[in-house]
Ligand binder design. Structure first.
Ligand code: AMP
Ligand code: MG
Length: 423
C-alpha cells in the first residue's frame, strides 16, 4: 500500500501536459486555460488621460490660493484637442479625454467656478500630474500582460478585451467519461429501488465535480455497468475514446469487483493501486494504451459515495488541473484551529474527516461534521472540507491547529445556515 504523499507524487510525475491548443471566441473563453502569453498591443492608457471632469491647465499657471484663467476650448472623451493651448489658457475636459500637449494638471469641476467672458476660477491649485493618468501607466506596448497557463476568470475576460483579443488561444479540453459499476444501482428517475437496491449517485456527482473545477471541462456520465466481466470489459472497450476515464465502484476485493481485473486484462499500466488513506483505500490509477500509442488515463474510485467524492478531490482534481498545465497547488490546504474533540482514533492511514470550516469574527475555525462513514453522503452536505489526520498521528484536541483541505475551493461556500458571519 502506498502512502498518500507517495501516491500524489506518483500522480504528479505521471500527469502529462496537454499541448493541443485551439482558438475560441472571447465570449466562450471563461474557465479555459490560456495556451500562449498575451502581450499589450498598445500602451494603456494610450494617452495622458484626464481622470476627472474639470479643467486642464499648466500647474504653474494657477497660484496656491487659486486664480482665474482663460478657457481655450473643450475636449470630450473620444476627441483630441486640435492645436496647442497657449500658456495662461486652460481647456474644459471630460473624464477619459486626452489632456492636450503642454498641460500637466486637471482640477475637478467641483473645485472651479465658471465665469463670464470665457474664463474660469480655479479654486485650488494643482500639483503637476494631478488627476492625469499618464500614458503607459498600466502597461506598455509589447509587455506580457497575461501568462500562458492562466485560468480565464471574468477579470481575464475584461483584460483580453482590453488587449483587443476577440479570439483566444487556449488548451484543448480532455474528453472525460464517467462510468458507475454496480448491480444494485438504480438511476434517479428509474423508480424506487427494489429490495437490495440503492440509488446511483456517483455518476452525476463525479461529472459535476469535473465541471465544478471551473476549467470548462465537460464530463459525460456514460451509465451504469453491471457487475460482470463481460459488461465491465465491454464498457472499457466502448470508452477508449476518452482521455480520462473515471470508474466508480468495483475496485475492491469483493467477489463481483471486476474493474481492476478487466483493466489489467485490457493492459492497464498500474501507477497507483491501494493508498493508505481513509476513505478511499482501493483507489486505482493507471493508463491504457490505444492502438495509436496514445493513452487513456484511468481512475478507479471506490464506490462508496463519500469515498468517490473525496478521492476525486484528492487525486482526480490535481490530475485534470495538471493536464491543463495549471501550477500547483491544486488543492487548498489550510491550518485551522479545531473547535471540538475529534470523534475517532488514529490509524495507520491518512484520514479525511468531513468538516465544516467556519468564518468568524476571530478568523477561521473548524469542526468535524457528524457522519456515519463513507456511505453517508448526507453527512457531507454540511461539510465544506476535510480535516486531514496523518497516518499514526496523535489525535488533535480543541485549539490545536489541524490541516484542512477545502473541497471545491473554486466555489468555496459556507453551508446555507452559516452564510453569515458568526461570532
Ligand atoms: P464498491 O466500491 O463497488 O464495492 O461499492 C461500495 C459501496 O458503495 C457499496 O455499498 C455500493 O452499493 C455503493 N456504491 C457503489 N457505487 C455507487 C454509486 N454509483 N452510487 C451510490 N452508491 C454506490
Ligand atoms: Mg460494487
Amino acid at each position: 500500500m502506498m502512502d498518500k504523499q507517495t501516491a500524489l507524487e506518483m500522480l504528479k510525475n505521471a500527469t502529462p501536459k496537454t499541448t493541443k491548443t485551439e482558438e475560441v471566441l472571447l465570449d466562450s473563453a471563461l474557465g479555459r486555460v490560456l495556451a500562449a502569453d498575451v502581450l499589450a498591443d498598445m500602451d494603456a492608457p494610450p494617452f495622458f488621460r484626464s481622470a476627472m471632469d474639470g479643467y486642464a491647465f499648466r500647474s504653474e499657471d494657477v497660484p496656491e490660493g487659486g486664480g482665474v484663467i482663460q478657457v481655450a476650448g473643450l475636449v470630450a472623451a473620444g476627441e483630441v484637442f486640435e492645436g496647442s493651448v497657449d500658456p495662461g489658457f486652460c481647456v474644459k475636459i471630460m473624464t477619459g479625454a486626452p489632456v492636450p500637449d503642454g498641460l500637466d494638471a486637471v482640477q475637478m469641476v467641483e473645485k472651479t467656478e465658471s465665469q463670464d467672458g470665457g474664463t474660469v476660477m480655479i479654486l485650488e491649485s494643482c500639483r503637476p500630474g494631478q488627476n492625469i493618468a499618464p500614458k503607459g501607466q498600466d502597461m506598455i506596448e509589447g509587455e506580457v500582460v497575461l501568462r500562458r497557463s492562466t485560468t480565464i476568470r471574468p477579470i481575464e475576460i475584461g483584460m483580453l478585451a482590453t488587449l483587443g483579443q476577440a479570439k483566444v488561444e487556449v488548451f484543448c479540453q480532455p474528453k472525460v467519461t464517467v462510468l458507475a459499476t454496480g448491480d444494485e444501482l438504480v438511476a434517479p428517475g428509474m423508480g424506487r429501488p427494489g429490495p437490495g437496491q440503492i440509488r446511483e449517485s456517483n455518476g452525476s456527482m463525479l461529472a459535476a465535480q469535473v465541471r465544478a473545477l471551473g476549467l470548462g471541462i465537460d464530463a459525460d456520465f456514460a451509465g451504469i455497468i453491471a457487475d460482470t466481466k463481460e459488461a465491465t470489459r465491454g464498457a472499457i472497450e466502448a470508452n477508449m475514446d476518452a482521455d480520462v476515464l473515471i470508474l466508480s465502484g468495483g475496485v475492491s476485493m469483493g467477489d463481483f469487483d471486476y474493474v481492476h481485473h478487466e483493466l489489467i486484462e485490457r493492459g492497464l499500466e498500474v501507477l497507483i493501486q491501494s493508498v493508505a488513506i481513509k476513505p478511499g483505500k482501493p483507489l486505482l490509477f493507471g493508463r491504457l494504451t490505444r492502438p495509436d500509442g496514445s493513452f487513456v488515463w484511468v481512475f478507479g474510485l471506490p464506490g462508496n459515495p463519500v469515498s468517490s467524492f473525496c478521492t476525486f478531490e484528492l487525486f482526480v482534481r490535481p490530475f485534470l488541473r495538471g493536464l491543463l498545465g495549471l501550477q500547483a497547488p491544486h488543492t487548498l490546504e489550510l491550518r485551522v484551529p479545531l473547535v471540538q474533540e475529534i470523534r475517532g482514533k488514529s490509524i495507520p492511514r491518512t484520514q479525511h474527516l468531513p468538516a465544516r470550516i467556519h468564518v468568524g469574527a476571530e478568523g477561521l475555525s473548524v469542526t468535524q461534521v457528524p457522519w456515519h462513514g463513507s456511505g453517508d453522503l448526507r453527512g457531507l452536505l454540511d461539510a465544506n472540507g476535510f480535516i486531514v489526520i496523518e497516518a499514526g498521528a496523535v489525535m488533535p484536541g480543541p485549539g490545536d491547529l489541524v490541516a484542512v483541505v477545502l473541497t471545491e475551493p473554486e466555489t468555496f461556500r459556507l453551508p446555507a445556515h452559516l452564510s453569515r458571519f458568526e461570532a
